[in-house]
Ligand binder design. Sequence first.
Ligand code: PHE
Length: 451
Amino acid sequence: MEQKRNSFTGKIGFVLAAAGSAVGLGNIWRFPYLAAQYGGGIFLLVYILLAVTFGFALMCGEIALGRKTGKSAIGAFKDLKSKYSFIGIIASIIPAIILPYYSVIGGWVTKYLAVFITGGMNQASQDGYFNSFISQTGSPILYFLIFIGITSLVVLLGVEKGVEKVSKIMMPVLIVLTLFIAVYSMFIPGAMDGVLYYITPDISKFSAKTVLAAMGQLFYSMSLAMGIMITYGSYMKKDVNLESSVSQIEIFDTGIAFLAGLMIIPSVFAFSGGDQAALGQGPGLMFVTLPKVFDFMPGGSIIGTLFFLLVLFAALTSSISLMETVVSIVKDKTGWDRKIICGIVLLFSIILGIPSSLGNGIWANVKILNMDILSLFDFISNSILMPIVALLTCFFIGYIIKPQTIIDEVELSGKFKRKKLFVVVIKYIAPICIVLILLTSLLQAFGLFTI
Ligand code: PHE
């Protein structure tokens, strides 16, 4: 018998919980380096356009699927059309792929917090510090283990609610602090060029890659196309307005990503002396740039410590939601004891996480499809599996259960204002774009096509 589900108390509870999963390293670490790499303003523009169309439609669809069935991914698809439960199964694999490498990055954040607490800010702001750290063998693995250890402990003890409460206080502080750092860094000499680069779209920098990167980022950042929003939807009460909750989660998530970009990209310009190659450095961007900003700022070591602490919290709420998803899927399937499952998931994450960490150091020569191990996991989940799940979800909603099923669910709690947009995106625009993008990304990965 299906256990009775707990529900979120109201709209605010729902929005905050979903935002807690959505806002994480994706916004603060991943978004800025992608925006820097893929042309600044043009990436921002494409991202926002995708967020208000794809992101909106898919999030409404997923939350409604969950709320309608009261089940998480696999059960939700199965309930509506049992032949299609495989969509839920593919979706469920994604969090298991993300969790290990997410925790490696979480480990980097933990390390920077430790360095700032122990007064090592100046050292951390030197060129080469970050690369020499991630290329070591023991230290990054140790911090990765600390991060995944805390995540497992919270999931094991079932104290997620406690963490959520703390993060409800931390999250607004993070926003204010990010805003403060963003404004501060805009006024560092030389930063204005970076502000312009970030907010002015330059059409000549547009390419299929921009759209691919923006779309993968959108799914990742909003925790879409991996079953998570379906689960959140299953806990949502019928009288909470679904459409406006989605808008609020999107504004929250995109707003923080935007501010994170504003905090980091102008500083790259200020500290690289106009050398734009610094923009393309990828995953290290935040870790290389921010210590320089803090080092420049009066009282920077305190602000920096606070900042990394808050980012760590945002990362933990996301990793906890990833791990919790994996654990509950295994539990639903096997019925095993939660403790044992937690142990297995932890072990599995350690086994996949260690190579991701070593890929930056002694295993740097291991390249698959021209990518290091961490980037490969990121690529498999964000550029392949998530677009596939998104495509299947659109197909499922658009042609199997029909958009009306979702519309009826949304309208239980008020008028569906952007109903037409929803239908057009789910049935036509999203599937066509996703197919095009998926093909490009596959051809490109196998070196058959360059853009
Ligand atoms: N959305 C989170 C982020 O932006 C990552 C995440 C993905 C969290 C999936 C939970 C589930 O960091």
